[in-house]
Ligand binder design. Structure first.
Ligand code: GSH
Length: 209
């Protein structure tokens, strides 16, 4: 399999972690978002939404949307499970993951920040914007998870942890004050101690600058 990815992309980071946890071998194909490679005709043909990640299967099928890709991986390689099998536990893990994937990420995406700049906002404004939404979302996430387990919902990492760790990388990148999020940084520490997470870290990627 080939993973079209950008080292700093949090959505790519999510999929790298899931691939590693599932033990699925893949080759990274870097897509440089900083120079606009996501807009090239070749990449647009792979993903009309012009974002990473894209997971290209051995038969050439291109899968897009990080959570859909992770759902595919869960389907082909059920162990280790990234979501509880039963509801309501499953819905609760998914809800926490969605806070990151659907509430924080879309309003902080590169194209949104670029649009804000086109509308006259300064770099400082856009960093304040991103940190505002991360603060809101991470506060909700922290209130939604368990308080007494090594990972967000139990003894093993799952989808919520995958989304969290990737988002915290971005939070650090933009110097969000993480002092109110000690529970989350504790989970992050536990995750990054695992090889599957460490190997997926942005700075361990072949295109890291
Ligand atoms: N909802 C999609 C978002 C994909 C996406 O937009 N990824 C970002 C990187 S984290 C991207 O490629 N942005 C390019 C841009 O905004 O131009 C997913 O979860 O895969």
């Amino acid at each position: 399999m080939r993973l079209y990815s950008y080292w700093r992309s949090t959505t790519s980071y999510r999929v790298r972690i899931a691939l590693n946890l599932k033990g699925v071998a893949f080759r990274t194909v870097p897509v440089n978002l900083a120079t606009g490679e996501q807009y090239s005709p070749e990449f647009s043909a792979l993903n009309p939404a012009r974002g990473v990640p894209v997971l290209e299967l051995e038969d050439g099928t291109a899968l897009t949307q990080s959570l859909a890709i992770i759902d595919y991986l869960e389907g082909i390689r059920p162990e280790p499970a990234l979501l509880p099998a039963r509801h309501p536990a499953r819905a609760r893990v998914m809800a926490a993951a969605h806070v990151v994937a659907l509430d924080i990420h879309p309003v902080n995406n590169l194209r949104v920040v670029q649009r804000l700049k086109e509308m006259g906002h300064s770099q400082e404004d856009t960093v304040g914007w991103m940190n505002h939404w991360m603060n809101e979302g991470l506060s909700a996430f922290q209130a939604m998870i368990r308080y007494d387990t090594p990972f967000s919902f139990g003894e093993q990492p799952g989808l919520a942890d995958i989304c969290l760790v990737a988002q915290l990388y971005n939070a650090r990148r933009w110097s969000l004050d993480l002092a109110p999020f000690a529970r989350l940084t504790g989970i992050e520490r536990n995750c990054l101690a695992l090889e599957a997470f460490a190997r997926a870290h942005p700075e361990a990627q072949p295109d890291a600058a």
